[in-house]
Write a protein that binds this ligand. Structure first.
Ligand SMILES: [Zn+2]
Length: 269
């Protein structure tokens, strides 16, 4: 299974976590997985190692209860094979995949980084495991209404997750706005442009400043000039973007397009 998730950091700790000497979790097919089960650790801090130690030594379980643990900084720890029927939602274990957010959410809040990582992880998993249609809190599984876990409102979590998905879909639906990187004399700039109908549009001010060009803004005509050259710029939320070739010409820069890596390479002549 591919575990590269755009925008998230995943550390595979499946082989390094404490395990029971003899006991092993039962196995299932990935198509048996129907839901992602969210948990909190119910501890103010913690780590996959600490939880695994507790589950193995104190509880006598085969290994850590969760498939994933998400730390407060948003780093995702991959703890069990998805096929492992680990212990976290009782009778529903066979069909659930356990995701634990570190924290005690009876008194703390999940961090924005944790929620973002959880969204990205669930989106990725749903892409790989189409049968995993539901996202539930531990408390929502049969027999667990009494359990205050994950101790944050699941309705809010799911609303937030659908908004996250809509945004992700929105990005895919606008191929005319594919981001492009920009390098100047071999160093990447911290700003990006975008591809529109096959033309790279670059942020005028940032690129001109980096290249030592002079930018003028003519308020009356809402027009941008670089070194006195008029550009066919486009204003996007207050910033001017101009076709890469025009901007490069105004700045007396050579331009090269690295298609496979989507980099506009600018070079001083
Ligand atoms: Zn739980």
């Amino acid at each position: 299974m591919n575990m590269t998730i755009p925008g998230a950091r995943v550390i595979d700790v499946r082989t390094s976590l404490p395990r029971h000497k003899t006991l092993k979790y039962g196995r299932r097919k990935q198509t048996d997985i129907r839901s992602a089960a969210l948990h909190h650790s119910a501890t103010k801090s913690g780590s996959p190692e600490a939880f695994a130690g507790y589950h193995v030594v104190k509880n006598g379980w085969p290994g850590i209860a969760y498939h994933y643990v998400i730390q407060k900084d948003g780093v995702i720890y991959w703890c069990n094979d998805l096929e492992a029927i680990s212990y976290h939602v009782g009778n529903s274990n066979r069909h659930a995949l356990g995701i634990c957010l570190v924290g005690d959410f009876r008194t703390q809040q999940p961090t924005a980084a944790q929620i973002d990582a959880a969204n990205r992880l669930i989106q990725h998993l749903q892409g790989q495991i189409p049968s995993m249609k539901q996202v539930l809190g531990h408390q929502e599984y049969p027999g667990y209404a009494w359990k205050n876990c994950p101790a944050f409102p699941m309705g809010t979590f799911r609303t937030n997750y659908s908004q996250f998905l809509q945004k992700a879909v929105g990005k895919v639906d606008k191929p005319q706005q594919v981001p492009v990187a920009i390098s100047l004399n071999g160093s990447l700039l911290s700003v990006t442009g975008f591809l529109q109908d096959g033309v790279s549009m670059l942020p005028v001010r940032a690129v001109a400043n980096a290249a030592g060009g002079k930018v003028e803004w003519i308020e009356q005509t809402r027009d941008v000039r670089v070194n006195g050259e008029d550009l066919n710029e486009k204003l996007i939320s207050g910033s001017a973007y101009a076709p890469a070739r025009e901007l490069a010409a105004a700045l007396c820069l050579q331009i090269e397009w690295d298609g496979p890596n989507r980099i506009v390479k600018l070079k001083g002549v």
